[in-house]
Each structure stands twice: as C-alpha cells, then as structure tokens.
Design a binder for this molecule. Structure first.
Ligand code: NAG
Ligand code: NAG
Ligand code: NAG
Length: 570
C-alpha cells in the first residue's frame, strides 16, 4: 500500500479559524456541498502560509493529519504515548467465491496502563468512526476508554475505521475504489478484529468471545456500536451508543430546529430575523444583489450557494463542549457578533446608518436591522475573507462538477460524503414550509444532494444511487434499536438527538442497568466521550454520566464473570 505524504508548513503560533471546530465529516453533514468549498479554502491556506512571521515548524505529515482540530502539540504528545499498531483485514469480507481477496492494514492504539491479567479482563474498544483514529486518542488517554479501563482493569483500544486516517485499503477515492466503504464491510472489520487480534506486549489471548468486549462509539460510530451489539451479539458483550444516529433519514431539518429552540432566545431571534429578510429579498434580482453585496458575495451566481454560506456558522453549536480544551467558543462568538451595536466598517458595502432608527440602508429604499448587517459582517470576516478578491464563484459556487472530481487520497471529504450518498443521508434542509427557521428555504433536498451525482460519476463496478438507500440502516432497529447490555446515551440539546432513540419521534423507554437509556442534561454531542483524569474536575452532569457508565458496565462484567463461572461448573 503506497502511503502518500505531503509536506505541510505549520506555524507554531498559527491559530487557524477552522469552521465550527468540526471535522470535515461533521462539516459535510451540517453544511452539505458548501463544506467541500470551505475545506478546500482551509487546506489551501494551510499549504500556502507565508514563511515570514512567527516561529516555523516544518514537518512531514500524513494527509489525514492536515485537517484536525486537536492542537498539534497535544497530538504529538498523544502519539508519543500511544504508538500505532496494525491488524490485517480483507478488503471484501463477503467475496464468497473462495478467491483470495486483497488485504489492507487497519490501524489501532491501545492503553494498557490499567491492565490486570485475568480470565475476566475486559477490552473497551472505541470505534474511530468517520475520522482519523488519531482524533480519538484523547478519549483513550483521559476519556471514556481510560475511565472504563481504570474501573475494570481492562485494556482500552481505539480502532480506526476503514478508509479513514491511515487505514487505507485503496490507492485513490474513485467511485469504484470507494465501493468497499460501507456499513456491512466495516462492521465485519470490527468483528474480525475482536475475534482475532493479538495485542502487542500482552501475553494473554484477549479475543472475543473468550473475553468480554465493550464497544463504544459516538455519533455515527455510536450507531455502529448499537449495530455491532445487534449484528454480532456473541462477540460484543456490551455496547454504548452515545449520540448514536440509529435513524438514517434523507431530510434532517430537525438538526437546525434543535438549535433554534435551544439557543439563547436573542441569538436565535437574530438568526431567524436575518434568514426571513434574506429569503424575502433574494427572490427579486435588485434586492437580491443588494443583500448579497452586503455579505461581500455579489459575485456569487446561485442564490442557493449564498444561502448555504449563511448557514455555515450554525455548525458551531455542535462544537460546544463542557471542556473548553475540547470544544470551541465559536457559537457564543457568533451570537455576540450578531447582537453587537452598529460598527461603521469601511469594508462593508452599505449606504448609511440611521442611528435614531438603528437601521442600515444597504441600497436605495432598502434598509435592514443592525443584526442583519452584523450577520453580513461576521460572514465577510470569517468566510468571505478566506477567498481571493473577485473569486467568490470559484470559492463558494457548487454548480461546477469539475470541482468535485479530484479523486486523490488527500480529498478526504469524499469519504463521509460517499457514506451519506449511499447509506446514511442526513441532508441538512430547511424545515417544512410554515415552520420558523434559522436556515434559508432555498436549502432543499435537491440542492443538498446534488453533490452525490457531481462527485461520484458511475464506475465500472459501482453506481451511486440517486438517493441513499437508508432502509438498510433503519432495518437494524432505527429509533427502537434495543438489546440487553446496549446503552443509549444522548445529549438533551444535541442537534443529532432527533435521529437517535431519544428523538421526539421515538417511543420512551425505561432506564435500567441492563438497558441504560440516559440523557445528559444540557448536553450536546457525545459529551460523555471526553473526560478529565480527575473526574471531580468535571461538571456535575458529566461526573454523573461517567459514574453511571462505570456502574452499568461493572454490572455487565459481573454478569459475564457469573456466566463464565456457571459454564465452568457444568
Ligand atoms: C484508482 O485505483 C485503481 C486501482 O487501485 C486503478 O485501477 C485506477 O486506474 C485508479 N484510478 C484513478 C483515476 O486514479
Ligand atoms: C485465541 O483464542 C481463540 C479461542 O480459543 C483461538 O481461536 C485463537 O486462535 C487464539 N488466538 C491466538 C492469537 O492465540
Ligand atoms: C435498500 O436496502 C434494502 C435493505 O438492505 C433492500 O432490501 C432494498 O432492496 C434496497 N433498495 C434499493 C432500491 O436498492
């Protein structure tokens, strides 16, 4: 397997505005095709940073590491603590014709610091999900895998997902090469790993089902954890699906609805106001030009692309975390910007400001409230400023197919998007007509999903369907997915909650030790996955969920030991 490398120049003091503190897969889910544009602009900047200022750090990096949130110092420290290991996997688990299929290497990391050898020793595995496994190493060090390993004398593992990070089974990302990136193959990877791995430096044979494995995942990986418990009940003794998106859907407008209702009422009101005004102006060519010019986007041809840039800051909601070292303050910054007083900014394209009315005139006979002006200023400073002058169509247009045709391994946005287009959906659309909204009505299913055709022309071996076939995911249980020793944990104001078993559409359940069903009050996206080494430093609702998890997992492991003892007697 050829591992392609890129030389990246990084400034040590360089704090780049990463959209929403989200990884590319999360950005794609929230922002659709526009996310690819933002990703490209970010990457272009990362590559072309001038070497003049600051202390320079030149290092060789894998492509997978270019796009990450975690600070580079912290990443290096984690890499030093947890060396990577490799496990051989077949490319196609289901070739079935007896032919020897190609193999590739799946990457994993282990935490053995709490390991106590013994017949009942558990393995706690974190599913890396749709990102480089390196992005999960913090959870092996101080997060859920460490917390559970410490409580149980087990080993913690992060298992990277096929095609992500350096677990690369292919040499490019064409439609054909991507055809082995699907739920069934990746679940089979995990099963094969659990049944056959030999951990380096560990004498004991800790494979499943001879040892109890606890499978943890957050978000997409959370759905995978639930699926693993259902699909491989003999290998997965227990599973924790945190923010597990077990309901695949085409239109996921409820994502923005959670934010609209949970955000500070003033902020939510300012966004709603701006969206209403933009939507009312955008239909008429004259007013449309004026409002786009205010945002610095007069040169953008399609109104849908304009509407989709306006949506970009909303991803910041999901990037909030109880631990400031993990989350970002982007959401609060955005809200504060909208709520600010009028500032006369010479870079802004407007006519005048009327202090008495607190209104901004943006064209003849066209005035808008200050929050709209502030919204435009925020977008201009944080997004449009990344684009070379006059090139807004190149930067933010999504109608040119050739933009999405590069199939190199560095185009990591192609991975999750392929999963979206084939099996998962979650196109982030405007709510049904008549409902209040914080995104433009122009964000339709057609607009959000057109990239599936643009990016993945039919291959020889595989054709991406017009719309993802979400029934395969939902056939595994959907909102009602349940099993003994399958825990469902969600965040109260997680924008993904509507597609989890805690959705308002789902039936309520009892919360028991055998089938835990818990909500983290005020929590967002898998807030139990990260932790502090000293749990007492965590806010009370996080301490509580971590204690709950320790209690039910310990109980599940007691059941395992009892079953084993009973087995030994007979
Ligand atoms: C992609 O890789 C496959 C085999 O790994 C190769 O046959 C194909 O020509 C490649 N396509 C492109 C566009 O690089
Ligand atoms: C571990 O134990 C299982 C079950 O006894 C066995 O099939 C497997 O070969 C063993 N693995 C190793 C690496 O010894
Ligand atoms: C969608 O997936 C389901 C479940 O795997 C399958 O039965 C069905 O035939 C698929 N539908 C299409 C249109 O491919």
């Amino acid at each position: 397997m050829a591992k392609r490398r890129a030389v990246v120049v990084l400034l040590a003091l360089y704090t780049q505005v990463v959209c929403c503190g989200l990884g590319i897969s999360d950005q794609l889910r929230v922002l659709g095709p526009q996310a690819v544009n933002l990703w490209k602009l970010q990457n272009a900047r990362a590559h072309s940073r001038p070497q003049a200022q600051g202390s320079l750090l030149v290092q060789e990096q894998d492509y997978s590491q270019i796009q990450t949130q975690v600070g580079n110092d912290e990443k290096d420290a984690l890499r030093g603590k947890f060396p990577e290991h490799w496990f051989s996997q077949p490319l196609d688990h289901f070739s079935g014709d007896g032919q020897l299929t190609e193999t590739w290497r799946q990457r994993y990391w282990i935490n053995t610091r709490h390991y106590v050898p013994g017949e009942n020793t558990p393995v706690i595995v974190i599913d890396g999900g749709e990102t480089s496994g390196e992005d999960r190493l913090g959870f092996l060090d101080t997060g859920i895998a460490d917390i559970l390993a410490r409580a149980t004398g087990g080993i913690g593992v992060v298992l990277e997902h096929r095609y992500y990070g350096n677990s690369l089974p292919v040499k490019n990302l064409t439609t054909d090469s991507l055809r082995f990136l699907n739920n069934a193959q990746s679940a089979a990877d995990s099963a094969n790993f659990m049944a056959n791995v030999k951990f380096p430096g560990i004498d004991e044979n800790l494979t499943a089902p001879n040892h109890p494995w606890i499978y943890y995942g957050g978000s997409y990986a959370g759905a995978r954890a639930a699926h693993m418990r259902v699909l491989y009940p003999n290998l997965v003794w227990g599973a924790i699906a945190s923010s597990g998106v077990t309901h695949a859907s085409l239109e996921n407008w409820e994502y923005m609805e959670i934010i609209r209702r949970a955000a500070d009422i003033k902020c939510s009101g300012n966004i709603q106001l701006t969206v209403e005004i933009v939507d009312s102006l955008i239909g008429n060519p004259i007013t449309s030009r004026a409002i786009k010019a205010l945002f610095g986007l007069a040169g953008l041809e399609h109104n849908e692309d304009f509407a989709s840039i306006l949506e970009s800051p909303l991803g910041n909601w999901q990037a909030r975390n109880w631990d400031p070292e993990v989350g970002t303050t982007g959401w609060d910054d955005f809200c504060a910007a909208l709520d600010g007083k009028f500032v006369h900014d010479p870079d802004m394209n407007f006519v005048s400001y009327d202090e008495g009315m607190d209104m901004v005139t943006i064209a003849e006979d066209l005035t808008v409230p200050v929050p709209v002006y502030n919204y435009a200023r925020y977008i201009k400073e944080n997004y449009v400023s990344r684009c070379p002058d006059g090139a807004v169509e190149d930067c933010f247009g999504t109608y040119d197919d050739s933009k999405f045709r590069d199939t190199g391994l560095d185009q990591i946005w192609r991975l999750w998007l392929f999963q979206v287009c084939t099996e998962w959906g979650y196109f982030s659309t405007a709510p049904p007509a008549g409902k209040p909204r914080i995104v433009s009505r122009l964000l339709t299913l057609e607009y959000e999903s057109k990239i599936c055709k643009q990016a993945y022309p039919p291959g020889k071996h595989f054709v991406v369907p017009s719309f993802p076939n979400i029934s395969a995911v939902n056939a595994l249980g959907d909102f009602d997915i349940a099993a003994d020793r399958l825990a469902i944990i969600d965040g109260e104001v997680d924008p993904w909650r509507p597609v989890t078993p805690h959705s308002d559409y789902a039936r309520d359940r009892e919360d028991t030790i055998l089938r835990p069903f818990k909500v983290i009050g005020g929590g967002v996206h898998h807030w139990d996955e990260n932790g502090r080494r000293n749990l007492l430093e965590e806010p009370s609702q996080i301490q509580m969920i971590h204690e709950d998890i320790i209690v039910f997992v310990t109980s599940w492991l007691d059941d395992w030991a009892a079953k084993r003892a009973a087995h030994a007697e007979t």
